[in-house]
Design a protein around this ligand. Structure first.
Ligand code: MN
Length: 751
């Protein structure tokens, strides 16, 4: 029968204590007795190398810099990390601060150690400096993803812990940034990984440096409260010891103190008084075997009355980070509530050390800890299984990450920039995530230096290199496998703008029309006897091919009438005379269309002609065409305000356009419908549109429902103005419709 008292949690050690303790390597070696002699020799080599590399560098405290790597390695030794991790801990600042290269490290200490150090160096370069919560979350994810090995994160946490312990030595203006980064990024990572002891320490140290005054006040208050309740705590402790002794149970009882930060956080967060937060006492009972947890629970429930609804079985249902314990709250002496946690040693280890317990476990197994207890956490066990079977740290870490963040995949550019991609994303998604130019010109890709098809799904930790070719353009087939909205829209956009053939087709039409204004009926083809004529024309325009010239005209890079005049002259040189009748009719018959024929629009122009969204012209509207530089032809209604503004600046870019007699498709028009709020209104409006045979392509609802009315903005497809007017009449006749107008220039003008 042994019951041991454990003193209440001590305050974080002062920086002076910490530095003194970790100033020598001898201090570290005493913690390394779990290593083999060969491993210990390797660690010593790493120490000597680091010591030399940092020679002459000092910490803020004035101590030799090497005290820091030693302290970090000592923390890693507490977690019983392996020799590679300890070496990396000793070398973690060497690359950054001492110009040691990765090849150097590989040569001296082997590639695994060099990779760990390299990983740490990369993390060092990430600096969190925004205070937004969601930023902190993605920053945490990024850190976890960047560390391709869980040991990198553990060393990083050890590094941060020591830097926090010694933060008081740093210039005061740095406290805020480093402490809040620790609180928002590193402490939650420690928590997620189940490193609760580190989690609590990081929180308290951050609190201490963020709010030194509040920290000091709370420290005093807590000490006072503790003194007041000493009798109570001793009474509970004595009751417990007597009870367990009576039933012959070997247990370890520990008082459980709240951390200062958790007290502070609760007061702020839940708006509680100091008394409300601290007037709860906690004990932890650690028992030999899993079944003892339940036995001890029964004994406790007979000793004091349980508070209903406060019992939780985190053994049967463990927390996501592997935590297991029974929780119960009892009414103790003087009717004060006392919280209890019951767990085995193995559960305690996981509760305090989380992922790090994985290394601690190996040690425990040799000490004969029962297999059942080792099975304590299924989560951790599954990690250990993977580690044991594969001995592959990468896969182990992969598993941890999948558990923590099931929704995203993190991959790297060749320059180690990290990109978060949705699960299932492909190499093409990645290319577009980097830059639309990379996506548009992607021809092939390498994942981890191996050639892969563009449709390959990316996996966590992949290093992806996209090979581009400026002349290449997106393949419509990509739309079949890309996962991200960005890639999809960029591919579509590119396919649209890249529709060269469409522009060429329009250019041909425009040149033919302009040529008619010169009295020539047909655009000559590219064959004999016109070959020479075209060659001369191309020399004049500076294009390589006839197709290029026509595309340029279609895109507005060349003015059709100028090219047509030149072509007419060249044709005249070969003896082809203009048709006088045609010349007169085309030049003077079509109103403003002087010196160039009108381009006929029938809807078959596809991508080369755009219909301006400000006015959305439909057949029946009087229209004008604006030939933007390199963007092809945009149609506006002739009374469109936007077009009129453009005309006042850039009139020579306007060309005469007219609707063909038989448009080949429908066109989009904007309509705003004001309706009373009520059930079934949308259905009625849709019915009115359907009755006029107009298709809805888009709806927007502007919610100004406080007026009892609501604006619905539709884009509908109609054949022509006549049908649009029918639509508006139908709408206005619909009950619940207060108003129906066509949208033009963003304001409403009746069609
Ligand atoms: Mn460091």
């Amino acid at each position: 029968m042994t019951t041991r008292k454990v003193s209440p949690a001590t305050e974080p050690p002062s920086s002076a204590e910490v530095n003194a303790a970790s100033a020598s390597f001898a201090r570290l070696t005493s913690k390394l007795d779990y290593l083999s002699a060969a491993d210990l020799g390797q660690v010593r080599l790493a120490y000597r190398f680091a010591d030399e590399a940092h020679l002459g560098q000092l910490r803020n405290s004035g101590e030799p810099y090497i005290t820091h790597p030693i302290a970090v390695a000592a923390q890693c030794a507490e977690w019983k990390l392996d020799a590679q991790a300890l070496m990396a801990a000793l070398l973690h600042d060497a690359m950054e601060d001492c110009d040691i290269s990765k090849p150097d490290l590989i040569e001296r200490f082997g590639s695994p150690v060099a990779e760990l150090v390299d990983g740490l160096t990369k993390l060092e370069k990430l600096q969190f400096n925004t205070r937004e919560e969601n930023q902190a979350e993605s920053f945490r994810k990024m850190l976890l993803a960047m560390a391709r090995d869980v040991r990198v994160i553990l060393i990083k946490l050890a590094d941060r812990t020591h830097n926090m312990r010694t933060l008081s030595d740093a210039p005061r203006e740095k406290w805020q940034r480093i402490a809040s980064e620790t609180l928002e990024v590193y402490a939650p990572i420690a928590h997620r990984l189940g490193l609760n002891q580190t989690y609590r320490e990081l929180q308290d140290l951050s609190f201490r440096h963020l709010h030194p005054w509040r920290y000091a006040v709370l420290t005093k208050a807590v000490a006072k409260a503790r003194g007041r309740r000493r009798d109570l705590i001793q009474k509970v402790q004595a009751d417990l010891e007597a009870t367990f002794a009576h039933y012959g149970m070997t247990v370890r009882i520990a008082g459980r103190e709240k951390t200062l930060y958790s007290i502070y956080d609760k007061m702020v967060d839940k708006n509680l008084s100091f008394a409300q937060v601290t007037d709860i006492y906690g004990f932890r009972v650690i028992v030999p075997h899993l079944i003892d947890c339940y036995t001890a629970l029964g004994l406790l429930h007979q000793l004091y009355k349980p508070v209903p609804g406060k019992f939780k079985d985190h053994i049967a249902i463990s927390k996501i980070n592997g935590y297991q314990s029974l929780h119960t709250t009892l009414v103790g002496p003087s009717s004060v509530n006392v919280e209890f946690q019951l767990r085995t040693e193995a559960m305690h280890l996981i509760a305090e050390s989380g992922v790090a317990a994985h290394w601690l476990y190996k040690d425990d197994a040799q000490d004969g800890v029962s297999h059942n207890d080792r099975m304590g956490s299924k989560w951790l066990q599954s990690l250990i299984d993977i580690q044991d079977e594969t001995r592959d740290a990468a896969e182990f870490w992969e598993h941890v990450k999948v558990d923590l963040f099931p929704d995203a995949v993190y991959v790297f550019t060749p320059k180690s920039r990290i990109m978060a991609m949705p699960r299932g994303a492909t190499v093409v998604d990645f290319a577009y995530a980097i830059h639309s130019n990379v996506g548009d010109h992607a021809v092939s890709a390498k994942v981890n230096n191996e050639q892969v098809p563009l449709r390959t799904e990316v996996k966590n930790g992949d290093v992806i290199e996209i090979i581009t070719d400026a002349t290449s353009s997106p393949n419509p087939a990509w739309l079949g496998f890309v996962r991200t909205a960005r890639a999809r829209s960029k591919i579509r956009q590119n396919l649209r703008t890249m529709a060269q053939t469409d522009s060429q087709h329009l250019g041909e039409k425009m040149l033919a029309q302009a040529l008619r204004a010169e009295g020539i009926e047909n655009l000559p083809n590219n064959e004999k006897p016109y070959e020479a004529t075209w060659e001369k024309l191309l020399r004049f325009s500076g294009n390589k091919t006839r197709a290029d010239l026509l595309t340029d005209i279609g895109l507005g890079k060349r003015i059709a009438s100028i090219v047509a005049k030149r072509l007419a002259k060249l044709l005249a040189d070969t003896g082809e005379k203009p048709n006088a009748l045609l010349l007169t009719r085309e030049r003077f018959g079509a109103g403003e269309a002087i010196a160039q024929g009108s381009v006929q629009i029938d809807g078959s122009e596809n991508t080369s002609v755009r219909f301006a969204h400000c006015c959305r012209p439909v057949p029946g509207d009087s229209i004008v065409g604006y030939l933007g530089r390199g963007e092809g032809l945009t149609l506006h209604t002739s009374n469109c305000y936007v077009a009129q503004k453009l005309y006042s600046k850039d009139s020579e870019r306007f060309i005469s356009v007219e609707w063909a007699d038989e448009p080949v498709r429908s066109f989009e028009a904007g309509v705003v419908v004001t309706v009373t709020n009520g059930k079934g209104v949308l259905a009625k409006v849709a019915g009115a549109l359907a009755a006029a045979e107009a298709d809805i392509t888009h709806v927007d609802m502007a919610d100004d429902s406080d007026q009892g009315a609501m604006d619905l903005k539709f884009v509908i497809a109609v054949r022509d103005l006549q049908q649009l007017e029918l639509v508006l009449r139908n709408l206005r006749r619909t009950p619940a419709v207060l108003r129906a107008e066509r949208i033009q220039n963003g304001s409403q003008v009746t069609g």
